[in-house]
Design a protein around this ligand. Structure first.
Ligand code: IMP
Ligand code: MG
Length: 178
C-alpha cells in the first residue's frame, strides 16, 4: 500500500460527514428520510452519515454496475432493486460514493423518480465535476475532486482498497483504468 497518497484523512472525512448529516437534518427535521445506499462504494459513507443523523431515518440498498468501453458512453445495470412501497410518498436521499460522468446517478434518479417519492435528493461524498457528461447535480456533496482516480473509504480499484479509512490517490506505478 506504499503507492498511495492521502487526499482526505480520517479526521477530515469524519468532520465533513458530520456537517452533511447536520445539513440534511436541518432540512428534514421531524420528517422521516429514506436513505438509499448504493453498493458497494457508498457503504462506509452511508454508515457514518446515518450514525451522525439525528432524525428519523430508514436505510435501503441498491446495487448497480456501470460498464464503460473505450468510448465515454456509460451503460448502467441494476443488480439489486428496491420495492416501490419503500419509496412512494417518502422523502428519499440517494447516497453515492462519487459522481463521475453522472450516468449512474441519472439512471438511479429515473429509477427512483418512477416510484413517485415525495421528494428526491442526492448526497455524494465526492464529486468529480470536471468529468460530467450528463446534467446531474448532487444536492449535497462532501468534496469536489479533480480528475484523479481515488480509492479508500469504500472506493475501489479492481475491488481492492475499499477498507482504507482515508481517501487516497494511487500513484502512477500501477496503470489506472476503470
Ligand atoms: P459515473 O456513472 O461515471 O458517474 O460513475 C460513477 C461510479 O464510477 C461511482 O459510483 C464509482 O463506483 C465509479 N468511480 C468513478 N470514479 C471513481 C474513482 O475515482 N474511484 C473509484 N471509483 C470510481
Ligand atoms: Mg458507486
Amino acid at each position: 500500500m506504499e503507492n498511495i497518497e492521502v487526499l482526505y484523512d480520517e479526521l477530515s472525512i469524519n468532520e465533513r460527514v458530520k456537517e452533511l448529516a447536520e445539513t440534511i437534518y436541518h432540512k428534514y427535521g421531524k420528517e422521516e428520510v429514506v436513505f438509499i445506499c448504493t453498493l458497494k462504494g457508498a457503504v462506509f459513507f452511508a454508515c457514518d452519515l446515518l450514525k451522525n443523523y439525528k432524525g428519523d431515518a430508514r436505510i435501503e440498498f441498491l446495487r448497480v454496475s456501470s460498464y464503460k468501453g473505450t468510448e465515454t458512453t456509460g451503460k448502467v445495470e441494476l443488480n439489486l432493486s428496491i420495492s416501490k412501497e419503500n419509496i412512494q410518498d417518502k422523502n428519499v436521499i440517494i447516497i453515492e460514493d462519487i459522481v463521475d460522468t453522472g450516468h449512474t446517478l441519472a439512471f438511479l434518479n429515473k429509477y427512483i423518480s418512477d416510484m413517485k417519492p415525495k421528494s428526491l435528493e442526492i448526497c455524494t461524498l465526492l464529486d468529480k465535476k470536471i468529468k460530467r457528461e450528463v446534467a446531474i447535480n448532487p444536492t449535497y456533496s462532501g468534496f469536489v475532486v479533480d480528475d484523479l482516480f481515488v480509492i479508500g473509504y469504500g472506493l475501489d480499484y479492481n475491488q481492492k482498497y475499499r477498507n482504507l479509512p482515508y481517501i487516497g490517490v494511487l500513484k502512477k506505478t500501477e496503470k489506472i483504468s476503470k
